[in-house]
Design a binder for this molecule. Structure first.
Ligand code: 5CA
Length: 425
């Protein structure tokens, strides 16, 4: 993509309303624009990041055996009256009437709707287990939308729902999602820790939140230092170690020796719930067992804040010049800078390199604008693409380009072929 054709409204100054670095940088780098409190338009660069995150989440859900569906954002109140949550949910739910006066709402989550779909079709124990997910916009009329996309009113969530025959099955589904979440976040270059949490409005008896540690995180978490060294494969060990939100933390009970207890701030990027038969009982979800008996199915639900992750990743990965995208979620992999747009030799070399990168399937944003080199470097640093390729008059004369890594800042002069080979690697 040529930058001269791209809508990239970067800002030199930090907008006054932005209190935390991810909010400042997402506005300065032209990722999003606030259209009203907590409601954002995704501009071209931000949308590419959102899609990358979504795709990683999707691949890991598919790998875990879940199937993707898509439910509507607008729901009828009836299902929520059936589960009893229509009154419980309170002012966070955006409610309205259609032209016939029917009560409708913009979905804050989808337990009721998925349960209704499930009960229409699944009637026998032979059809279990099932795990269905969607990636869809949600609306919660948050009292204090803030920190940009981190706490919006409209936000993109991956939500999935598991249906099992018994507790053992439900536990397997829960642990499968636990492991899937750690993998998913690791693929985005993030280290997440899972802490025991309060199920809140979703309900149930067990829930764990996944937090990215960051000073600007809205939540306080407590955990055993042993968690720092565990990976996605260590589900059982991780489940044994102490880790919880501030509300759940009980210093008096405290199973952890004081020198191992860590206190930190975190951004909640995911939340998994085991709620047993809360919805299936209220909504009469039964399947026939092997001997014809009725069995009430066991359920769990699992959420990932996809739009929140854009902010969380910036919190975890930036420097004084701007964003430093981890490669898997970067909007483009390479920023190609033509230092002298308008100079025939530089244009020719940069255009040719641009074609070669495209032909090699490398996502590239080509700064072909008629701008000073300082402006071009500052723009590339601000938007944080992992690699910068610089074509200038001296290099063109000597047959070399400069390849620079945004994260560490190290750079090398290489022939075009070597630079391409490096990027293809
Ligand atoms: N039904 C369950 C799981 S599918 C559920 O809704 N869980 S939740 O309420 O914890 O939300 C799941 C995730 O969505 C959270 O972990 C968080 O990352 C994200 N999220 C929640 N509220 C917001 C918000 N206002 N803005 C951005 N992301 C949010």
């Amino acid at each position: 993509m040529r930058l001269s054709l791209f809508l990239l409204p970067t800002l030199k100054e930090s907008p006054a309303e932005a209190q935390i670095v991810s909010h400042r940088l997402s506005l300065r780098a032209g990722l999003v624009r606030q259209m009203s409190a907590g409601i954002y338009a995704w501009l071209a660069l931000g949308f590419r990041v959102l899609k990358k995150i979504e795709q990683i989440v999707r691949e890991e859900q598919d790998r875990a055996g879940c199937q993707e569906v898509l439910m509507p954002t607008v729901q009828s109140a009836e299902l929520w009256q059936e589960s009893g949550r229509y009154d419980d949910y309170g002012e966070e739910m955006l409610r309205f009437n259609d032209r016939h006066g029917r009560e409708m709402l913009y979905g804050p989550t989808n337990e009721e709707m998925i349960t209704d779909i499930f009960r229409q079709y699944v009637k026998s124990y032979r059809d279990l287990p099932k795990n269905l997910y969607q990636i869809q916009w949600k609306f919660r009329d948050e009292v204090r939308p803030r920190f940009g996309v981190m706490r919006g009113r409209e936000f993109l969530m991956k939500d999935n729902y598991s249906f099992d025959l018994d507790f053992e099955g439900a536990k397997r589904s829960y642990e499968n999602m636990y492991q899937t979440y750690l993998r998913t976040f690791a693929r985005m270059g993030l280290t997440a820790i899972a802490v025991r949490a309060d199920p809140g409005a979703i309900g149930g008896t067990l829930s764990q939140e996944f937090h990215i540690l960051a000073e600007t995180g809205e939540s306080k978490v407590f955990y055993d230092a042993g968690l720092d060294s565990l990976g996605p494969e260590d589900v059982e060990a991780a489940q044994q170690l102490y880790a919880c939100t501030e509300e759940k933390h009980d210093p008096a009970a405290c199973t952890v020796p004081p020198d191992r207890l860590r206190e930190a701030r975190g951004i909640e990027v995911g939340h998994i719930f085991y709620f047993g038969t809360k919805y299936s009982k209220a909504m009469n979800v039964e399947v026939a067992g092997p001997n014809g008996e009725s069995i009430v199915v066991e359920m769990g639900s699992y959420g990932i804040g996809i739009s929140r992750l854009v902010g969380a990743i910036i919190e975890a990965s930036h420097d004084e010049k701007g964003i430093v995208w981890p490669e898997p979620v970067a909007p483009f992999r390479v920023g190609l800078i033509n230092l002298r747009s308008g100079d025939a030799a530089c244009d020719k070399a940069a255009d040719a390199l641009y074609e070669k990168l495209n032909a090699a399937g490398i996502e590239v944003l080509y700064d072909d604008r008629d701008e000073r080199s300082g402006v071009k470097f500052a723009t590339m640093d601000l938007i944080g693409l992992p690699w910068q390729l610089v074509v200038g008059p001296r290099g063109v004369k000597n047959g070399v380009v400069e390849l620079k890594r945004r994260a560490g800042g190290e750079s090398e002069e290489l022939s075009v072929e070597s630079a391409l080979a490096r990027l293809v690697d």
